[in-house]
Design a protein around this ligand. Sequence first.
Ligand SMILES: [Ca+2]
Length: 150
Amino acid sequence: MNRWNQWTRMSIFMVITCTSHAFAQSTSPTSGLCGGKLRASSGTITSPGYPTAAYSHSLTCAWTIEATPNQIITLRVTDLALESTQNCLYDFLDVYNGTSSNATRILHVCNSVSTITTVTKSKMYILFRSDESVSRKGFSATYEITNAEE
Ligand SMILES: [Ca+2]
């Protein structure tokens, strides 16, 4: 009986230790969940969870694409279903002609049934934001860096 009690206590202790460890891991910073610097000459970006789950609330995802001065960046938003509001006030996808939101904004959208194509010269900053309520499927976009025609 004593041995059994000891074994049970030990098991419980181990379960608690493992659980608390897992909990500590799951609460570690989640930077890198979305956004980042895109270095490949082409690629795809999506909202977190796309297309199987709706995006989370209160997200800020920023992607930057930097090409050389003689190159252009073409972004094609192939699917876009965000919370729909006038002027896309709450959830939106923004594209800037530069490296930050201080640059000129050339796109501000939250819904589209057709592909949206936008082009910048050498640098592009893409910003996806969601507010604290209502989310939908999200978005998917592809980008491509090509040499500018002389
Ligand atoms: Ca929302």
